[in-house]
Write a protein that binds this ligand. Structure first.
Ligand code: NAD
Length: 474
């Protein structure tokens, strides 16, 4: 039975007459009804955030930190309920939902422990000049459906720490866990400091163009990111954009096949491949290509695709129908072009649930759609290369620049290659490790600005330089 969820505006849980259905991607059953907000509800949320901003920005930072820590604890204390709900709406297997719900509060706490210290520019006999950081104001947080909780909390914590207030909009596909968390937060943060509203995609542009929103922090596709940048240009809203990627992994000839195969597999297939930094193009040196591709294929056969709520499932469904159809189309295109499959390749868009079988391609050409486009599904193209120069050139030949990885028995050589890659994050001999203390952001069309770390905090502030002439006119 579909449960009715409410939005958080000005410290109250509210309903709207119009609602939207939320579907479990494993069985296509409607599991939740959420408010379908329009301009009126957005105005109310923004007005509440504006009112709250006046006092919240003056709350001492340690008190703001304490509020964020309490909000993190509320998520932690409701771990069981939240991870099950996350699997039901997003599709990811329980173990991966547990990782997301576990990481959320840990990231909030790590972000809450950061500081933006003042900088002294000049302290001379005649003058004291210092740079301080002041909050930008009311922030809109717009979140995608692949990591609905992580992407939400990692925007809320730095916004609140810096003294901003926030209106958060989850994806229409995955709002339920976030709304349940909003309910848990209702009495922790003062009214209006955190507001969570849901609506169709059309609510996003209303936020981008809202005259009383000062900043947009967005995670989602590059196409939507460009629209946001355009919308925000009208009144020069500040923006942070975390966008798509077509991330390359490079396996050098000295990599240990027995150690790398399983890790490479999960670097592509965790969260059914729906990770912005998932390995979406895997380049393997020709000397070890046959051995490693066989080992990955062998491992893939041990992984179960199914409902994330079932024990033993390793790869869940695609989160929504539109994305499911897109991944099916890319796989079908590869088939129609006669590319070779090591594993999978038979998609059935007519079945119940948005399941795509684990699919691994054997050396498709560089210009195959499945290589050149962000697949965002359980698909892994393996490609052969001969020289390091050649593979660096191929890895960089993309408009995206989010992340990449190098696998090698020689970490120094790995770093040499990593430094040649045009991406915001590069891992050597590991994958998907992101630290809330290190800036995460994309080069080229993968983003604008950064989240996490002090760099991420700065994005919620303006600089203000205060200069005092010491031999004053008194
Ligand atoms: P999307 O761009 O379709 O939607 C993201 C959010 O934007 C949703 O809340 C949606 O309702 C909203 N939205 C849609 N149209 C809008 C508009 N015109 N103006 C304002 N908001 C609008 O993205 P998605 O399909 O939900 O997510 C998948 C994409 O997100 C992938 O490309 C993936 O790589 C990317 N992603 C990037 C990161 C990162 O950190 N770089 C992390 C996760 C996902």
């Amino acid at each position: 039975m579909a449960v009715k969820y409410r939005n958080l505006i000005d410290g109250e849980m509210i309903e709207t007459a119009a609602t939207m259905e939320v579907v479990n991607p494993a069985n296509e059953e409607v599991i939740g009804l959420v408010p379908a907000c329009g301009a009126d509800e957005l105005d109310r949320a923004v007005a509440a955030a504006r009112r709250a901003f006046k006092s919240w920005k003056n709350v001492p930072i340690d008190e703001r930190r304490a509020v964020i820590n309490k909000m993190a604890d509320a998520v932690k204390d409701n771990f069981d309920e939240l991870f099950r709900l996350l699997t039901a709406e997003q599709g990811k297997p329980h173990a991966q939902a547990q990782m997301e719900i576990g990481a959320g509060p840990a990231i909030m706490k790590a972000q809450a422990a950061l500081n933006l210290d003042e900088v002294i520019n000049e302290d001379s006999e005649t003058r004291l000049s210092r740079t301080r950081r002041v909050p930008v104001g009311v922030v809109a947080g717009i979140v995608p459906w692949n990591f609905p909780v992580l992407m939400a909390v990692q925007k809320v914590a730095p916004a609140l720490l810096t003294g901003c207030t926030i209106v958060l909009k989850p994806s229409p596909f995955t709002p339920l866990t976030t709304l349940r968390i909003a309910e848990l937060w209702k009495d922790i943060a003062p009214p209006g400091v955190v507001n969570v509203i849901t609506g169709e995609d059309s609510l996003g542009p209303l936020m981008t163009s809202h005259p009383d929103i000062d900043k947009i922090t967005f995670t989602g596709s590059t196409a939507t990111g460009k629209k946001i940048m355009e919308g925000a240009s009208k009144d020069l809203k500040r923006i942070t954009l975390e966008l798509g990627g077509n991330d390359a992994s490079i396996v050098l000839p000295d990599a240990d096949v027995s150690k790398v195969a399983e890790q490479l597999f999960w670097s592509s297939f965790s969260n059914a491949g729906q990770i912005c930094v998932a390995a979406k193009r895997v380049y393997i040196h020709e000397d070890i290509y046959d051995e490693l591709s066989a080992a990955i294929a062998e491992y893939a056969k041990t992984v179960v695709v199914g409902d994330g709520a079932q024990q033993g499932t390793g790869v869940g469904p695609i989160q929504n129908k539109k994305q499911f159809e897109r991944v099916c189309e890319l796989v079908q295109d590869a088939k129609d072009n006669g590319y070779k499959f090591l594993v999978g390749g038979d998609v059935d868009p007519s079945g119940t649930g948005y399941f795509v079988p684990i699919t691994i391609l054997d050396n498709p050409p560089e210009d195959a759609r499945i290589v050149a486009e962000e697949q965002f599904g359980p698909v892994m193209p393996l490609m052969k290369f001969s020289t390091t120069e050649e593979v660096i050139q191929r890895a960089n030949a993309s408009d995206y620049g989010l992340a990449g990885a190098v696998w090698t028995g020689n970490p120094e050589k790995g770093v040499e290659v990593a430094e040649q890659l045009e991406t915001g994050t590069v891992w050597v001999n590991e994958y998907l490790h992101l630290s809330p203390l290190a800036p995460f952001g994309g080069h080229k069309q993968s983003g604008f600005g950064a989240e996490y770390g002090v760099e991420g905090l700065k994005e919620f502030t303006y600089t203000q330089v205060i200069t005092v002439k010491k031999d004053a006119l008194v």
